[in-house]
Design a protein around this ligand. Structure first.
Ligand code: EPU
Length: 422
């Protein structure tokens, strides 16, 4: 993706969805696993890697610091030898997940220089909790308009109480603690499955982490780690996107590799909307054979309904029977896609962090914009339930998080193509 505006999706009304697809590895896991590799010299091999744009940026970031990376389908190999703990601004500003370099670089080298993190266009996204947590372990930071410079002789274990279970802060403090002297406890830690996945790889590398996936994580510092191989967990947000698509288009699908145990709350919510889902030996089976029903929902840290699900769950509610209230508790600005849904005939009113959605029978096609990864997914899902043609522009954003959303939907029967922007 050279720019988000270089591609667009064209969606026409189509049949119900049917068939199966395989859910790839989780974006929000693989990027942190890749960041963690700088903590050990040697050759790391990561499997089940999604073919998404952000993996390419993370490869470039690692290369700029001295690592060597190579990719083949589903696999990234990272050779770590001499690392310079300086992450250039031009790369860091393109991707929020670059902040995951803070903990690993400080932990191993006692020094980090990082440009200001970029990422999605949904409001101010501070990193104060990352910094205060690492300060508790002895780091000193100098923050300027250009970025963050962190230094420490060696991090020292300590007790960190997070004011909010931030995913990124939990990951950075956990990675910082891995090679610190002594024991670190993180209270009110985020519990997302991607954090447990990161801890699982770090433990294979020789770390001593317990409690990842719960609110209290304990890390006993070690002196050295070694390079390992690791398989990324499946992407629960991508899987939920296909469930939303099914809800709007109807039909029956199998999401191979998807983990039902990572998606309990979202499956419960869409169950209240009328979808049937169940764990299958190979993944998650799902069926939609009735008009969706309105439900209220609020985004919450895991195991609550993730903020990342909300845009496409809102698309489902736009064509549900009744009125729903959707509350965003994590990112204040994450309602930009609503204007696009309204342009397609949805009846949505937003007020602060709430959206009131009055379901209509059908939406109408038109020309709409993909503002970020999930906002793009939301309008694409909505288009599956629209009369007439929908053109979704700026779909380069979608490539940051979905390996081939158009191709996968097409293989389930949707009438959708991706083409260069016209
Ligand atoms: N926050 C602070 N200070 C901090 C850190 C976070 O105020 O130091 C606030 C944020 O502004 C936000 C809330 O805490 O209001 C939650 O942020 P969190 O740190 O949990 O999110 P993140 O680590 O920046 C990850 C995912 C996001 C996902 C959130 C929430 C990655 C690369 N990103 O972001 O995923 O929305 O957790 O689950 O892991 C996406 O995949 O599209 C995406 C944006």
């Amino acid at each position: 993706m050279s720019s988000p505006s270089t591609t667009e999706f064209v969606i026409e009304p189509g049949p119900q969805l049917s068939g199966e697809i395989t859910i790839s590895g989780a974006k929000n896991s693989v990027l942190k696993l890749m960041a963690a590799t700088v903590m050990a010299s040697g050759t790391h091999t990561i499997y089940n890697v999604p073919d998404i744009f952000d993996v390419g940026i993370m490869c470039q970031l690692l290369e700029s610091m001295g690592a060597k990376t190579s990719r083949r389908p589903g696999v990234v190999e990272i050779v770590v030898d001499k690392i310079t703990p300086v992450a250039p601004f031009e790369l860091v500003e393109q991707m929020r997940a670059s902040t995951a370099m803070l903990g690993p670089l400080l932990s191993r080298f006692g020094h980090v220089e990082l440009g200001i993190p970029g990422g999605d266009d949904f409001g101010h996204r501070p990193i104060d909790m990352h910094l205060t947590g690492l300060e508790k372990l002895g780091a000193k930071f100098d923050v300027s308009a250009k970025g963050v410079v962190g230094t420490v002789d060696r991090l020292t274990g300590g007790e960190v109480q997070l004011g909010f279970p931030s995913v990124g802060a939990t990951e950075n403090i956990m990675m910082g603690a891995v090679m610190a002297q002594g024991t670190t406890t993180i209270e009110n830690a985020a519990r997302e499955p991607e954090i447990a996945d990161l801890a699982s790889m770090l433990n294979k590398m020789g770390a001593r982490i317990t409690g990842a996936g719960t609110s209290t994580i304990s890390v006993v510092g070690v002196d050295e780690l070694e390079a390992v191989s690791h398989r990324v967990i499946p992407d629960r947000i991508v899987a939920a996107t296909f469930l939303a698509a099914l809800g709007v288009a109807g039909g029956e699908i199998l999401l191979k590799e998807a983990r039902y145990d990572h998606m309990g709350m979202v499956c419960q919510k869409i169950g209240e909307m009328g979808l049937r889902t169940s764990p299958d030996r190979e993944g998650i089976w799902a069926m939609a054979n009735q008009r969706l029903k309105a439900v209220d929902m609020s985004t919450l840290p895991y195991p609550g309904v993730a903020t990342d699900y909300k845009p496409f769950l809102a698309s489902m509610l736009c064509v549900a029977d009744g009125t729903s209230i959707v509350t965003e508790n994590l990112f204040a600005g994450r309602f930009r896609y609503v204007d696009e849904l309204v342009a397609m005939g949805a009846k949505v009113r937003t007020d602060g962090n709430h959206a009131v959605i009055k379901g209509v029978e059908r939406l109408a096609g038109g020309r709409v914009v993909s503002h970020d990864i999930r906002a793009g997914a939301a309008v694409i899902v909505a288009a599956l339930g629209a009369d007439g043609q929908t053109i979704v522009t700026d779909t380069g954003h979608v490539a940051r998080g979905y390996p081939d959303l158009a191709g996968d939907l097409r293989s389930l029967g949707a009438n959708i193509i991706e083409r260069p922007a016209g």
